[in-house]
Structure formats: structure tokens, C-alpha cells
Write a protein that binds this ligand. Structure first.
Ligand code: A2P
Length: 280
């Protein structure tokens, strides 16, 4: 059995590690340095930030301090709702790159769909890709209907859709839609914000494999073909979340985890962010 993070190939040809490291709510330069160093040394290569996280400059310093070559890193950032619109997107991404101390990111996402700037923000991403400021472009929190609407005017389609996805919100129809349209699904809050780790189904499956509930959930994402970006500021957990490549869930166990779905969101409802043009 393969013991390291698999690479998925995006529709534009770029390869992306299936497991990455989430940086939401990681703040403070020392905490950031320690988290990124621990993650890199454990084997993570993908680091996921966003304009909204207000930590791009700290991420930039921490990545720079690693002192590794650029091709060892896969960096994602996302355009915040307040920066949507054609020119604001272009300007804000240049600002993000300067904070990140990078010439280009690997992946640039629109963080949430908004009605007001829906097409022009995407056009800006297409142009930023053409200008070499990002290798790939994608979206986040887009539902099937948003992707179908985008397809009516896009010159190229997103290669990745980052969505809230965990056992309480397994998003099966959207996973299928993404797969059918060569869009990689990437799960945010893959561990359900850490709030479902005491679930008896997950702990029982974990006991059977000598793994934690967190590892069981991440393995479920892996076997579903979903990319995922767990986050932790604790070194032991950072390493634990990578120790998922030496066991396999049975079909029955996969189905037991599927059955935990409750359509429960910890985050915002994308359809309402689209209508209000912001989170509330
Ligand atoms: P901490 O940073 O204190 O380790 P999600 O990625 O779904 O949003 O979940 C993140 C939450 O899960 C964080 O609060 C993190 O806490 C916690 N977490 C991450 N990995 C583990 C793990 N292996 N075991 C327990 N809790 C974890």
C-alpha cells in the first residue's frame, strides 16, 4: 500500500497533493512558523490560505523560512467577497502574491459565489492565469447550480471546487457532478471542525483499525476520491492526520460513514452568500 500523499491531476494538467494543510485561524508569526514547519517536515506540501484568513503575510514569512525550492510547495489562496469585481480581484491577487512572497500561486479560488460579480470575478481569474500569476483556477463553495451558470460564460471551467464536506454533510450529488465535469472536489473542514470525533460509529471503526476517528474520516475522504485539507496547530495531530495511508476501510465501513449524513453545515449556506453578496 502507498504510504505517502497521492497526487491528483487537475483538468489543466497540474498535479495536486490529495491531502493538504489548512491554515484557517492560524495566527501569530511564531504559531504559523511552527505549524508550517511541522507540517512540511511531516510531509505536507500543499498549504491553503485565503485573503479572508488575514494571515497571508505570516504564511509568506513561514514558507520563506522553510528555505525549500518553490517546486516543493503547492500554495492556494482565495479571493475574498470584498475583493470581487474584475479590477479589484486583479489588484487584490497582486497584493496577496506580494504578502506570500511568491511570483505565482499554484491555485487561485473564488472564495464564495456572489451574484453581483459572478462572471467578472471569474474573468479576472482567467486573465490572472493567462498572465502567469496562478497555475490553476478554481472556485470554493459553489453548488451545482453555480457551476452550471458559470459554464454559460466561462472560457475555461474551474478545475477544483473546495466545499464544506465531512460525514455530517457528505455532499454526494455535488461530488458526482464535480467528478462528471473533471472538477476535483476538495473538502474544507474535512473533520467537521473536530466536533464529530466522539461519534460512536467513527470510534468503533477506529478501534477496529487501531486508528483515531480523525484518521477514519480522512481515510473516508481519500477513498471517496476527494482532496482534503485538515488543520491542526498541534504537532502530534499534524503527523497523525498523515498516518492514513497504511490501512483501508471496507465497503461496509464506508457505507456506515456515509449513513452519518445529516445535511448539517458548520459554515454558511452558499445560496445565501450568493444572494446577499457576502457572508452575514
Ligand atoms: P487543533 O488545532 O487544536 O488540533 P476541520 O479541519 O474539520 O475544520 O477541523 C479542525 C479542528 O479539528 C481543529 O479544531 C483541530 O484542533 C481539530 N483536529 C485536527 N486534527 C485532529 C486530530 N487528529 N484529532 C483531534 N482533533 C483534531
Amino acid at each position: 500500500m502507498e504510504n505517502s500523499i497521492p497526487l491528483l491531476t487537475l483538468a489543466d494538467g497540474q498535479q495536486i497533493p490529495q491531502e493538504g494543510f489548512g491554515l484557517y485561524k492560524v495566527h501569530g508569526q511564531e504559531t504559523m512558523n511552527a505549524a508550517i514547519r511541522a507540517a512540511y517536515e511531516a510531509g505536507y506540501r500543499l498549504f491553503d490560505t485565503a485573503q479572508l484568513y488575514k494571515n497571508e503575510a505570516e504564511v509568506g514569512v513561514a514558507l520563506h523560512q522553510l528555505g525549500v525550492s518553490r517546486d516543493q510547495l503547492f500554495v492556494t489562496t482565495k479571493v475574498a467577497e470584498v475583493n470581487q469585481g474584475y479590477q479589484k480581484t486583479i489588484d487584490s491577487v497582486k497584493n496577496s502574491l506580494s504578502k506570500l512572497q511568491l511570483d505565482a500561486v499554484n491555485l487561485l479560488l473564488i472564495h464564495w459565489p456572489t451574484e453581483k460579480y459572478f462572471f467578472e470575478t471569474w474573468r479576472a481569474l482567467e486573465d490572472l492565469k493567462k498572465a502567469g500569476l496562478t497555475r490553476s483556477i478554481g472556485v470554493s463553495n459553489y453548488q451545482q447550480i453555480h457551476l452550471q451558470y458559470l459554464a454559460t460564460q466561462a472560457h475555461e471551467m474551474p478545475v477544483l471546487n473546495q466545499i464544506e464536506c465531512h460525514p455530517l454533510l457528505n455532499q454526494k450529488p455535488l461530488l458526482k457532478f464535480d467528478r462528471d465535469h473533471q472538477i476535483v472536489t476538495q473538502a474544507w473542514s474535512p473533520l467537521g471542525r473536530g466536533k464529530i470525533l466522539d461519534d460512536p460509529v467513527l470510534t468503533a471503526i477506529g478501534r477496529a483499525h487501531h486508528k483515531s476517528s480523525a484518521q477514519v474520516i480522512l481515510r473516508w475522504h481519500l477513498q471517496n476520491g476527494v482532496a482534503f485539507i485538515p488543520k491542526s496547530v498541534h504537532e502530534a495531530r499534524i503527523r497523525q492526520n498523515l498516518a492514513i495511508y497504511d490501512f483501508a476501510l471496507t465497503d461496509a465501513e464506508m457505507q456506515q460513514i456515509d449513513a452519518l449524513n445529516q445535511f448539517h453545515r458548520f459554515g454558511k449556506e452558499p445560496a445565501l452568500v450568493y444572494e446577499y453578496n457576502k457572508k452575514w
